[in-house]
Design a protein around this ligand. Sequence first.
Ligand code: ADP
Ligand code: MG
Ligand code: MG
Length: 884
Amino acid sequence: TKWVYTFAKGKAEGRADMKELLGGKGANLAEMSSLGIPVPAGFTMTTEVCTHFYDNDRTYPQDLEEQVLTALAEIEVHMDAKFGDAKAPLLVSVRSGARASMPGMMDTVLNLGLNDETVEGLAQQSGDTRFAYDSYRRFIQMYSDVVLGVDHYIFEELLEYYKDEKDYSLDTDLTGEDWKSLCDQYKEKVLEEMDEDFPQDPKVQLWGAVGAVFKSWMNARANTYRILHNIPAEWGTAVNIQAMVFGNMGEDCATGVCFTRNPSTGDKHFYGEYLINAQGEDVVAGIRTPQPLTIYEKEESGSKLPSMEEVMPKTFAELVTYRNKLEAHYKDMQDMEFTIQKDTLWMLQTRVGKRTTKAALKMAVDMCEEGLITKEEAVMRLDPHSLDQLLHPTLDPDAPRDVISRALPASPGAATGRIVFSAEDAEKWVKRKEEVILVRTETSPEDIGGMHVAEGILTTRGGMTSHAAVVARGMGTPCVSGAGDMRVDYKARTLTSFDGKVLAEGDVITLDGSNGEVILGTVPTIQPELSGDFAKLMHWADDIRELGVRTNAETPSDAEMARKLGAEGIGLCRTEHMFFEHARINYVREMILADDERKRREALGHILPFQRQDFEELFQIMEGLPLTIRLLDPPLHEFLPHSEHDMEEVAKIANMSVEGVKERAAELAEQNPMLGHRGCRLGITYPEIYEMQTRAIFEAACKVTKAGGKPVMPEIMIPLVAMNAELERLKVVVQNTAKEVCEAEGLEIDYMVGTMIELPRACLRAGEIAQAAEFFSFGTNDLTQTTYGLSRDDAGRFLRVYQEKGVINVDPFVSIDQDGVGELVQMGAERGRQTRPDIKLGICGEHGGDPASVAFCHKIGLSYVSCSPYRVPIARLAAAQAAL
Ligand code: ADP
Ligand code: MG
Ligand code: MG
């Protein structure tokens, strides 16, 4: 088996499309090398080695070592150096690289191959003792931390102590001799902690590091990340071994990270950070403040530090050519890592960059208009779920703000919450239903859980590419980073602002992730902008999709919002919600308490004008778009009063005794109301209720029509039908009432009568039900409940356990159970179409706004989905993606 793939100088055995085998980093290093971009020579050990490692008791395949030695020999030739050689030592980095990028999850070891002997060789060869020992101490620390498990802070303490002793303030104050004596201290410490010398044999170091990468695949934080991001453990990670290039050899050296476009705003500006005379993770570690890459960015951010464009113009220009080449090649925004050794530029990584939703939208639209990608590709670039972020309110720019710090706008959006100082506390507080802002000096991968639940994240150290910033952007969580003028005191649990304001745990702050402000207390918000790029992309999606998208709405404000968000009608108007309004609930109760039809009709007569008014407004808002109105559905006792006071009030209105009210309420109570006297069963027993509702609908329709509005399109929906006989009877009630109203008004109104399909029997007998029904709307909430025999109001308690134990992957109330409930829907749709080929088929309920469920609806050929107003854009995009 081929376990090892090499790359060097314009050649490579791997390719970008081999991510499964080579991991993301390895595949892209190979691709860059083939494109003629300078990449230090190296090789990738495949993910199959990782799988083998775990399948075989943590051992390697037999022929691996030989392949590694051959590949290493090739690097030696390219670099004109030898691994372990005392005079010209080859140093390598050992880098993990999974298929999907897992930022910060796995550890990289740099400068591997250094020991007491080779460090001297490096010093002589480079003529720079300081550089050699700086590299050695970095290596000892990283290797000890990652491979031997000696915590890095032990070394940092030694360094701090050393600096104090010598009265140094910066790392750059240390001389070669200083680093050398620190290296000795470091090694002693390792001996002390491990009872073993720091390994001097480069081969032992190499296999130690390789083993550590494979083992880190299963460490706790990698496991957490995988669970959060649905990455299967079986994938495994690859290992990349690559010749070192040095950014820490002097002032003509540097290291940095950059993005082909701004990952936060999406602007088409080259964007990044770099540090002179630094190595590896220094930029993201937040130890020194990184410098801006470009002059533009320097001016934008008001940074006083010189940009790379000014300091190293030639190398910068070269970097720009790679930026252009890589973006054109991958046709997407790239996140790149580079190092400059003595004015020579080396590219160390490229990958499709993580971005905010706002940036993803802008880039998709821009790239399409630049001709880089097609409309279809642009539509595929956004995760429908993420649209949610664009639709949510932002801080009102005109509202007063008590700004206590201005720092980096690391991840956009507004967040308000109570201050907590640890990820653990964040999780605890959120369990108690508090909204929190996680405040840290900096974050690390162990904090993932807390970062996930926090409303926002604030750090006092680190740049735009720090751990906090990258992870927050990925999660869509607002983040402000590098608030250097604030101080965190973990012990006292306080946050102190530059002017001495002391905030305690639990105090409320607001973060503006779009401009980096930290604000005391809360700030009013404003509605988002739905025009511009958003409208463009949505328009492209609309051209592609085949499914219609409607909304579930009963209030005028919801209906208006839904239309702004692109709803093509109302798929579900739940009339019972209209009954609860203050002015009418008492009439509704009177109607329920009535013991004969006459009294019931009297009460209904009072409700009629209210109900007519409701429909009038909705018809006006929908301007001729279809409006599916579901007649009364819930069990009547849901409307009855519970408190003594309310009972008395109802008794008065209904002209009854309080006792009488209580008795009637007890009579109506059911053991199992969700399977009880509700839906069409109410219509059958009290047809006068449906009669009143139908009258209200048609009187409203006539009124709006007479006022010169567009023709209204009522679709009257009978809920909870199990048998065609139920529907047929109720259809007659609707038809007679409609006819009566229309004749009286002298108008003709087009309408349909259909049913909600939400019982398994209805799916089975759909062929028959379609004789009366002109449309079906699959009520998948109730259908899930009745198919599983699972109460949707109580299931939360144990469904979570089911998920944790892996019995189910997703909650069937969130994403439709395609195998079971889905099969019933499909069967219902097919049988319905057999009877009535042009039957209109839709779904309403939570699933209508879930991208996976929308894709399912597309697949089985429904006409539309209907969802809550804010999910309308999600459904539009998901429907377009399903059609591609
Ligand atoms: P991560 O996956 O956490 O980004 P990397 O493997 O990319 O880890 O390594 C982190 C950093 O270490 C790189 O960005 C780069 O600056 C540095 N690095 C890795 N390999 C080399 C190398 N061969 N020469 C110089 N620097 C390197
Ligand atoms: Mg990297
Ligand atoms: Mg229902």
